[in-house]
Design a protein around this ligand. Sequence first.
Ligand code: KIV
Length: 289
Amino acid sequence: MSTFTIDTSTSRATPSPVPGKRMTAPSIRARKVDGKTEQPIVMLTAYTMRMAQLLDPHCDMLLVGDSLGQVIYGLPSTIPVTMDMMCAHGAAVVRGSWHALVAVDMPFGSYEQSPAQAFECASRIMKETGCAAVKLEGGEAMAPTIEFLTHRGIPVIGHVGLTPQAVNILGGYGARGKSKDEAKHIEADALAVAQAGAFCIVVEGVMEDIATRIAKSVEVPIIGIGASQDCDGQVLVIDDMLGMFERTPRFVKRYDDLAGRISEAAANYAREVRDRSFPTADQTYRPKT
Ligand code: KIV
């Protein structure tokens, strides 16, 4: 059963619907022409309807990342994230947006077994959320799966370099590609994923020169995170860039200190409740005089 409604004029989630104007996989792919992207592609993660509404006018793509495991659910990694979580948050983000392409991450365990398993899970994500694309992690090993999906109506975003779902193999979240051999593998991964039909590729946590070489040599747009200024676009986890966490990776730029501002607001509220200065006449119902 569908859990989403797109572009209904009565929906609070989509107050100014412009049907047909949403970015599409082909329109994102077409931003890179002859190896160059005139205007960098802007992508942020979003997990909730209201955040999607706020980010949508500024973004080309919204990613419902499986980083929601840590960011929303307080899990230790993305490994425990489920299909149900991705579908519920994906549907909320689609309801809160009308312009950006919404892509939803395929969670760990939902696509690695076989192309058929990947199709079953990706089609469920698309049916239940209304998103326009899925993202999955992995390079050469995932190329047949990406080809299978893209030939069956499912636009795919690739994800190479630091792939957080492989944390138990990688042994941590450190930057990838420090040795020549590893760098070669990451470049081969990006090429394989592009050749398999991904319409763009996230390159995460790699040495800068690797990302630059990939952006210059691979035909589809490369979206960097902890990668390089030369990428065709950039993505960040929204809570990181808003300053919601004390500690953030080196590649994050904080554009705000929301954690500090929320703490201050909560402290002000608590003080006013305790000294009875909230609520005032402005916030209470009284008979009209
Ligand atoms: O899950 C996520 O948020 C991601 C981005 C970091 C690219 O995959």
